[in-house]
Write a protein that binds this ligand. Structure first.
Ligand code: CA
Length: 95
């Protein structure tokens, strides 16, 4: 597979690895989303420790209102992180 295809497969793998820990295997509950961020995105997002941050993040991602993060909602988050990253590196290239 190409680099891009591998990257997409990795995103899917990581989502399922965390989603299947507890409850619905196809959705991240808040604690699973928190673990995913802390385990898999420590350099780009940083550690999320306080509950208020997790509450507001889940609220903003949970577009269907079931209090869990499905794959589509998770991809919205990944898109946000990727866009922020891209902007960050673009600014650094200019300097
Ligand atoms: Ca949801």
């Amino acid at each position: 597979m190409t680099d891009l295809e591998n990257s997409l497969a990795t995103i899917i793998d990581v989502f399922h690895k965390h989603a299947e820990k507890e409850g619905d295997k196809h959705k991240l509950k808040k604690s699973e989303l928190k673990d995913l961020i802390n385990d898999e995105l420590p350099n780009l997002v940083g550690q999320v420790k306080d509950q208020a941050t997790m509450d507001s993040l889940m609220e903003s991602l949970d577009s269907d209102g079931d209090s869990e993060c499905d794959f589509q909602e998770f991809m919205t988050f990944i898109t946000m992180v990727a866009v922020c990253c891209h902007e960050f590196f673009e600014h650094h290239e200019d300097e």
